[in-house]
Design a protein around this ligand. Sequence first.
Ligand code: KPL
Length: 300
Amino acid sequence: MKITILGCGALGQLWLSRLYRQGHDVQGWLRVPQPFCAVNVIEPEGDSFNRNLPTNDPEHLAQSELLLVTLKAWQVSGAVGALLPKLNPRCAILLLHNGMGTQDELPPNNLPILQGTTTHAARHDGSTIVHVAGGTTHIGPTSPAAQPLSHLAEVLHQALPDVAWHNNIASANWRKLAVNCVINPLTALYDCRNGDLQRYPEQIEAVCREVAGVMEMEGYHTSCEGLMQYIMEVIQSTADNVSSMLQDIRSQRHTEIDYITGYLLRRARSHGVTLPENARLFELIKRKENEYERIGAGLP
Ligand code: KPL
C-alpha cells in the first residue's frame, strides 16, 4: 500500500519502520522538507531498525491510499488542511492523537476520515526512538466515506499489532478522553509519574464525575465509578510513564489541553453545564503554558 505519514516524531517513526518492514511503500511528510527521514527505532525486545526513508514527494502523496497523521492535536488542522487539495479523493486519513475535536476544524471535504487512539508508548532518546511498550490502537470511521474501510485495521495490525476496528469509535475516543482528562493535567500539575496519581483519589473522582456527566449528555452510557475503575487500571499499567502533557510542560512546548479538557468544557457548555473541577485544571495548565509561551514570544 502507498502510505504517507504526516509527523515523524516518536509514534510517526515507529509506524514508518513497521509499515516499511511489512513491505508497504511509505514516505514521511515533514513541515520543513528534508531529503530523507532518518528512522532509528529500538524495539522492546532490543532489535533495532535503522534506515533513511523518503520524505515529501508530492507524487507519492498524490497517489497515497492512506495519510497517517501522528501530529499533536493542535498541529492537525493546519497541516492536514494544507495537504487536502493534494490528496487523491479516495485517500483515507487516519488521525492518531490525544484529545478530540480536530476533525471539526478541517475544511469541508468528502474524504474518508478515521480517528484512533493508541496505547503504544514510544519516546525520543537523543536521535533514537525507543518503543517502550507495545499496546493497542483503536481505529474507526468518523466520516461516512470511511465506514467501509475496516480492512485498514488488518493492514495496520500486520505491521504494528494490536489494531482493533470500532464501528462506533466515538465511544472508545470518549473513554480515552476521560483517561487524558485525569492523568494529563494532574501529572503536569503535580510534576509526577502516572503511578503517583494513586495518592489523589478524591481529585480523580471529582474529574471523573464531571466527565461521566458530559458523556451521558452526549449519549454514551457510563458511570463515574466505572470510569474511575478503568482510569485507575490505566494509572497502574502506565505507572512509570511520564505523561505526554508533563513531557510537553517540562520541555516548554504547547500542550494538547485545548483538545483534552478544553474539548470536554466546550461540549459541556453546549449542554448548558459548567464543570468547576475540569475548568480549574484547564486554567492551571493554560497559566503554566502561557508563562513560557509569553517569555518565548518576548512578551513582558
Ligand atoms: O495517553 C497518555 C498520555 O500520556 O498522553 C496516557 C494514557 C496518560 C499515558 O501516559
